[in-house]
Design a protein around this ligand. Sequence first.
Ligand code: G1P
Length: 298
Amino acid sequence: MGIHKAVIPAAGLGTRLLPATKAIPKEMVPLADKPAIQYIVEEAVESGVSHLIVITSRTKRAIEDHFDETPELERMLQRKGDTARLEELRRIERMAQITVTRQPEPKGLGHAILMARDLVGAEPFGVLLPDDLVRNDGGRPCLEQLARVQERHGGIVLGVMRVPRDQVSRYGVVAVEPVDPSGGLGPRIHHVRDVVEKPPAAEAPSDLIIIGRYVLTPSIFGALERTVPGAGGEIQLTDAIRALRDREPIYAYEFEGERFDIGDPVGFLTTSLAYALRRPDLAPGVTAYLRTLRLSAS
Ligand code: G1P
């Protein structure tokens, strides 16, 4: 079965990437030669998702244009006989059904997810936060890994990873039950006892943080409706998940793969470089340039 739908909250203003994001959505800033959101959509599609619900805001029209047909470009490429580019455009346009709906006011991640309620309906669904890219070269995409856990065990599944203690306060943090010694769930899956959004490091229940990948059940929508503003004065997805912890199982899954945080300029630059270095067509040129640099630690 797996999941068929996924929500991509893309309504944020992208202030940390200004001035790049003054007139274009941060999700459209390119990494190597693709807008960041295309990697996210590709991960969802490779995970079995066929309908994506993108939550946007007023200044984000370029996102829907990117996945729409482009007849004048296609006619031009056809005239030039550039079939490789033509095929690539068509692939992007046909990848999935994409529905765009708006979050009228920036009231937080939880509130953004609530905007997808009617479009999601009554089935488990994925959530991919576009500030987090995950690569798992040669293995299953991150969202598919979570979907498989959900299929087997039900409930809510959170993608998690360990970070140094001094970084936990930037994230949602999970408190987990000790690993079942009989190995029932397997080493990567934990029962979640509690979740807390952006706790001070000294109060954090563990070093396992939630990354931007979730499989949620429709009961999240009722919980989100009842959630009052939390950390940062925003309606937090983490708080709604917390409210469900006595009602349905919540699992933390230590995904296989590498996470890239593209929420700030250094993250964006280093991720762009890492992605370019793994592209056979781009790597030689980029490597040749890097070799000319006399890099020092300062
Ligand atoms: C959001 C979530 C947080 C999660 C993080 C992952 O925070 O609220 O729980 O750990 O994404 O990137 P944000 O980065 O939007 O502040």
